[in-house]
Design a protein around this ligand. Structure first.
Ligand code: PMV
Length: 366
């Protein structure tokens, strides 16, 4: 059984003065949702997601050994510059600083270097697509590359597990962005290797029906969310339906394990759509209550249901903590669904914008 202490390195066998790395990490879309957490970013229930392929964060990390003659207390601990799309971005720095504080015990070298973190997303800025998952995963991969220079003996398995573990401390769902194609995070009985500490590749057979599964993201509302995910997770404490919801997530994950094996897309749709609506039902029944869906979110959901009833094309939707709709479908109905989206759904998207994505393999060193 893993514990967090397993990720605290004892010593480093090498030294390194400077260098740089670059990693890309994708976004992911949860099928069974993580909503509610305990201390230290431990999830209240297990979740499972498709790793995406096109929506990515690309992050370059340059590092340089600091002048050790200046006491760290004077330089206020961490030293880093942050560039977003090539320009300094001061307002991202507090989030990164907090991340560094959380992971320092696991990466004791962090204060020995000055870092330049140069990052951009492949999806449009302020599209309403959360970049915290891909962003934290890309940064965690870079830090692990540096740890590997300091400790070349670490195995690939440790490298990826610890990268996911660190990413989780930045943003829970980020731990599912390190690997592909289907990733489970959170302990689930009968699911080999599952743990609350990091995401693991789904360890069992996945039916060919789910190969190259498509996700077209309809951008309904690109505005800032009125209620952040952090606040949303917190509202699951003392939530009247929390315990039942957490139990349901285990049940739904069990169902998906069977569905991934037998390829039953009809059953897949039931679990996935129910999960999406349950997530939003938790928001609507917390205190204070709130709604993140927009009128066009509901228009799209209804249009998908009508299209599916009339054509029997197995297309469904899921939602994350926002108004945008992820349209999920097997690759063999891609043409039909894209035509349907163009004919009937684009009108509900802000400026007609949508992003075509599909299941992908995880973080990549560039
Ligand atoms: O990782 P966070 O704290 O941003 O939470 C993400 C929560 C959902 O996207 C709504 C669900 C999930 O499992 O990704």
């Amino acid at each position: 059984m893993f514990t967090a202490a397993d990720f605290i390195p004892k010593t480093y066998s090498s030294t390194v003065e400077n260098g740089n790395f670059e990693w890309s990490a994708p976004s992911n879309i949860a099928l069974v949702k993580y909503w509610g957490k305990k201390d230290n970013q431990i999830p209240a229930n297990p979740s499972v997601s498709f790793t995406l392929n096109n929506c990515k964060t690309v992050t370059k990390l340059a590092f340089e050994k600091r002048d050790t003659s200046t006491p760290l207390s004077v330089t206020n601990g961490f030293s880093f510059d942050l560039l977003f799309e090539g320009k300094p971005k001061e307002d991202f720095k507090p989030k990164i600083r907090k991340f560094l504080e959380r992971i320092e015990v696991y990466l004791p070298f962090l204060k020995d270097y000055h870092f330049t973190i140069d990052t951009h997303n492949t999806f449009p800025h302020s599209s309403g697509i959360a970049s915290s998952a891909s962003g934290m995963a890309a940064l965690a991969m870079n830090f692990m590359s540096l740890e590997k220079l300091l400790n070349p003996e670490i195995t690939d398995e440790y490298f990826y597990q610890k990268a996911s573990f660190l990413a989780r401390l930045g943003s829970g769902s980020a731990c599912r962005s390190v690997k592909g194609n289907v990733v489970v995070w959170g302990e689930q009985k009968n699911l080999k290797g599952s743990t609350d500490l990091f995401g693991v590749e789904f360890p069992y057979t996945i039916h060919e029906n789910f190969e190259n599964y498509q996700d077209t993201i309809l951008l309904v509302d690109k505005g800032e969310k009125q209620v952040s995910s952090t606040v949303g997770h917190d509202l699951m404490h003392n939530h009247p339906y929390a315990e039942r919801r957490f139990a349901q997530a285990h049940e739904n994950l069990d169902q998906l394990i069977a569905i991934f094996e037998n390829g039953n897309v009809t059953e897949f749709i039931k679990v996935v759509e129910s999960e999406a609506l349950t997530l939003h039902a938790m928001m609507m029944t917390s205190m204070p209550y709130y709604i993140l869906m927009k009128p066009n979110t509901l228009q799209i959901i209804n249009a998908i249901w009508k299209f599916r009833n009339e054509t029997h094309v197995p297309v469904c939707f899921t939602l994350d903590a926002g108004a945008n709709v992820h349209v999920l479908y097997p690759e063999n109905v891609k043409e039909k669904v894209l035509q349907f989206i163009k004919n009937e759904l684009v009108g509900f998207c802000q400026n007609g914008q949508y992003i075509c994505d599909e299941i992908g393999t995880g973080a990549v060193a560039l």
